[in-house]
Design a protein around this ligand. Structure first.
Ligand code: B12
Ligand code: SF4
Ligand code: SF4
Length: 383
């Protein structure tokens, strides 16, 4: 069966009217997305490097097929966030409520665009041929955070699930934004709360590093993945999201500080301090409305291993900053393209620890790129 994204556009149904004006198309698409319940929408060019190189089911190469990505963030909401520790049982419902909502919105919007005669394909959590992080970033929905592989949005913080659809319909791309987040997560302001509260020490305390040609606070995804998969006191983990000061419900004071922290650089430190002082990121028992239950042999029982009952660990940072060992997985150490979900790949942690330790700093990378390339005849040139 041909892929939705690669088949010929259907004949226009006549619903679309004139679709030659990219700005008008963009306004209409965004209006439709907001009407359907997306919380933030941006558009970027779906550059070929954003597509996965191979499909995970059959290992077949993927050739980039659409020019634009309509990128949406779905707020996971405070209803599950406030009373939770971030790695207790409600977490499953937290993201698994947002993922299908996003998939429905992107799926219906892509179907609508196809009915108007243009090729379009939704990329949700169930299946995606596009990497979401660079698309969310380039669509201007947020900044890369210290959490690492998470784009934090100014209005809904880290509390989001992303979804997108790619299309050939002519659109106008947005631009990446800077609302001061990187300064907040940066070493000089030392927020570090996501790292401090991570149960397995996977979120980086150190500076950004170069990874596959871009700069990022790279988390140890092996530690994070193992913790999430083997957590017996919850279905997974999202505690870094829960801990972040940008994830606070409408207390007038927090909201004001949040806005001020965007406008006034000097106030960012205050946002961090006030968040710890007021117990930001701890569980709010008043907001805990669910029962923690596990199904054992078809019967719902109190969870056998228990529940992660965590609050803030204010001293933990000092214990962890010095000795944090992280591994990372640059493409050279990732499985070769063509492997599938069924392929078993040994992890070789030592090589990955060494790769992180040897990572180039963004400053060194910038200096290296600024240097004029040595001519081939010059002594010391390598080629
Ligand atoms: C697999 C996966 C994970 C795995 C492993 C990731 C890995 N690197 O191997 C693990 C378990 C670690 C994980 C954890 C989490 N994840 Co995750 N994850 C994914 C998933 C499904 C696929 C990513 C992937 O293929 N990675 C494998 C390769 C490509 O990794 P990589 O080369 O190291 O590249 C990573 C980054 O460097 C970045 N990236 C790639 N290219 C480029 C280029 C540029 C320029 C930049 C800046 C970044 C960038 O994207 C990759 C993300 O893993 C995506 C959805 C998607 N389709 O993108 C969600 C996704 C990235 N995860 C997400 C989230 C929220 C989380 C968690 C908070 C858990 C949670 N409760 O949901 C944690 C955060 C951990 C952390 N500290 O960052 C969200 C982020 C949403 C957002 N607003 O940004 C996504 C988009 C899911 C979604 N639809 O909402 N995740
Ligand atoms: S999802 Fe949990 S384990 Fe992974 S980095 Fe965040 S806090 Fe740590
Ligand atoms: S917890 Fe602090 S350091 Fe981590 S992402 Fe949020 S603001 Fe940045």
């Amino acid at each position: 069966m041909p892929l939705q994204g690669t088949r010929e556009p259907l004949a226009p149904t006549g619903f679309g009217g004139d679709l030659s004006d990219p700005q008008r198309n963009t306004d209409a698409i965004k209006a439709l997305g907001y009407f359907m319940g997306a919380d933030l929408i941006g558009i970027c060019e779906a550059d070929p490097w954003m597509y996965y190189s191979h499909d995970e089911q059959e290992g077949k190469p993927i050739a980039a097929y659409h020019k634009y990505a309509v990128v949406m963030l779905i707020d996971q909401g405070f209803e599950t966030m406030e009373g939770a520790s971030g790695d207790d049982w409600i977490l499953g419902a937290q993201s698994m409520r947002a993922c299908p909502r996003g998939a429905l919105i992107a799926g219906l919007m892509a179907a609508r665009v196809r009915r108007m005669g243009w090729s379009a394909r939704a990329h949700s959590n169930a299946h995606s041929e596009v990497l979401h992080i660079p698309a969310v970033l380039m669509a201007g929905l947020g900044e890369l955070s210290r959490i690492g592989e998470l784009i934090l949005a100014p209005f809904i913080g880290p509390r989001s699930t992303s979804v997108l659809f790619t299309t050939d319909l002519s659109l106008v791309a947005d631009k990446p934004i800077d609302f001061g987040l990187q300064a907040m997560c940066n070493m000089c302001l030392k927020c570090l709360k996501c790292g401090r509260e991570c149960p397995c020490n996977a979120s980086p305390f150190g500076p950004k590093v170069m990874f596959n040609g871009y700069e990022i606070w790279k988390p140890d995804v092996e530690k994070c993945g193992k913790y999430r998969l083997t957590n017996m006191k919850g279905p997974s983990c999202g505690r870094c999201m829960k801990a972040c000061p940008y994830n606070r419900e409408g207390l007038v004071k927090s909201e004001r500080l949040l806005w001020l922290s965007i406008d006034v650089l000097a106030l960012r430190r205050q946002l961090i301090d006030q968040d710890d002082r007021t117990g930001g990121g701890a569980r709010n028992p008043v907001k805990r409305w669910w029962l923690d239950l596990e199904i054992v042999c078809g019967v719902a029982v109190a969870p056998i291993a228990g529940v992660n009952e965590r609050d803030l660990d204010l001293d933990r940072k000092d214990k962890l900053v010095a000795g944090q060992k992280l591994a990372f997985f640059p493409p050279a150490l990732q499985p070769a393209g063509g492997t599938t979900l069924q392929t078993v790949v040994p992890l070789e942690r030592q090589a990955r620890l060494a790769a992180y330790a040897a990572a180039e700093s963004p400053i060194a990378a910038r200096r290296r790129r600024a240097k004029p390339a040595a001519s081939p005849d010059e002594p010391g040139s390598s080629e």
